[in-house]
Design a protein around this ligand. Structure first.
Ligand code: FEO
Length: 407
């Protein structure tokens, strides 16, 4: 009797359409995405495998989920060769498995643009030239039933990024655009979860911190996207959108125009012994009494990424900072640099400064934000010497009224 040894290939895939399969993975142990951003709910690395007359893999994944990724691919291919790998984005959370893939599938042709090809050579050592099919804006690739075309999307969020658009099923594979922090937990589609309740804040934090600097480039991509029909959106992180994505696109449009979603005041304070915090608390009380919504952050304990996201959400920002070694309190200074690096703009700003030797931070903060576009930095400020006294109470009350007058 012949013994047949079966190799069980584990998999956790989801069908996006009849012939398009999600073959990515989730990482819930990553402490810092890009070495910077906390991802308490994890992150997904999406990769998609199209099973047409030709088989086509769209991007790979981070090395952290490489094992499950290859199990997913081999299960889905079910013995078929992998004809094409399309590389839309060369950041290592999506490209890490390219060299391993070419070893497992030497038959695979890599379809991508010239900038990506250059980066593949920078990251890896294999002979890419013999495997390469270069494409440019508007080129087409027929895989049988499907016709794919390529839309360049530089700086969304690296210079080489492109979007592959499946003209047959009207699906853009949108790279980082429309992505989201958070593992997807078996629910591939955004309509399988309560996205706006459970994920939208993380989507905003993802957008603002990862792509937020590149509003003009996102606007350019949205303009190109508006010229094609879209039935689904397949990003590299987070959920696939198959319905009701107009509001999500509208959020991207607003964020990339640097327009606030809501009227309200973010109060970010840097306080050493609690006196600056006290001033911030008093201001928050006065603003709420005037009917103005506030969101408060202690910069010493809240990661900058959350505060950056809040400044994209709200129309006004108050920075209240203790003076530290003659300068801006160190955690506040970090935040201000981070905001400037993310193109913080188009907001009304008010300043509170505190200092026992000398209060210096209002002028220094205004100077640091001087390179940011279209900020309305109120001349009226509050200066505290060590702690809030009656005179500062009155100043805070007056500042609240001035802020209210700008709504
Ligand atoms: Fe998810 Fe720009 O990489």
């Amino acid at each position: 009797m012949e013994l047949i040894q079966e190799v069980m290939i584990m998999y956790c895939t989801r069908n996006v359409t009849e012939d398009l399969v999600w073959v990515g993975g989730n990482d819930r142990r990553l402490s810092l995405f890009e070495g910077v951003y906390k991802v308490p709910y994890g992150v997904s690395y999406n990769s998609y495998l199209l099973l047409d007359e030709k088989t086509v893999l769209l991007d790979t994944v981070d090395k952290a989920v490489g094992g499950i990724f290859f199990e997913n691919i081999e299960h889905t291919l079910n013995g078929r060769p992998l004809d094409y790998l399309i590389v839309n984005h060369m950041e290592p959370d999506h490209c890490a498995m390219i060299e391993d893939l070419t070893r497992r599938h030497p038959e695979t042709v890599i379809v991508t643009n010239a900038k990506v090809a250059g980066m593949i050579k920078q990251f890896f050592n294999f002979d890419i030239d013999s495997k390469l099919k270069l494409v440019s804006e508007g080129d087409e690739l027929s895989t049988g039933k499907h016709n794919l075309t390529f839309i360049m999307a530089p700086m969304v969020h690296w210079p080489e990024v492109m979007v592959t658009y499946d003209k047959t099923d009207r699906i853009p594979f949108s790279a980082d655009a429309f992505g989201c922090f958070g593992a997807i937990n078996g629910a591939l589609f955004a309509d399988e979860v309560d996205f706006y309740r459970d994920y939208f804040d993380e989507a905003r934090r993802y957008y603002t911190n990862i792509v937020g600097k590149y509003g003009a480039q996102v606007q350019a991509l949205l303009k190109k996207a508006s010229a094609v029909e879209i039935s689904m959106i397949c990003p590299l992180h987070g959920f696939v959108w198959r319905r009701d994505f107009a509001d999500y696109i509208a959020a991207y449009d607003k964020w990339s125009r640097y327009e606030p979603e809501k009227q309200g005041v973010v109060i970010a304070y840097g306080s050493i012994y609690g006196n600056t915090e006290n001033a911030a608390e008093i201001l928050a009380c006065r603003l709420n009494e005037l009917g103005i919504r506030t969101k408060m952050f202690d910069v010493s304990v809240v990661p900058a990424s959350e505060i950056v996201a809040a400044t994209f959400e709200y129309s006004h920002v108050v920075f209240a900072s203790a003076t530290y070694n003659g300068g801006i309190f160190v955690k506040m200074e970090d935040l201000l640099h981070d905001l400037a690096a993310h193109n913080f703009q188009n907001r009304t700003v008010a300043l509170i400064e505190n200092g026992t030797w000398a209060a210096m931070t209002a002028k220094q903060t205004a100077e640091l934000l001087g390179k940011c576009k279209n900020l309305n930095i109120l001349e009226q400020k509050v200066t505290i010497k060590s702690s809030v006294k009656q005179a500062q109470n009155e100043d805070i009350d007056a500042l609240a009224k001035t802020i209210a007058g700008t709504f």
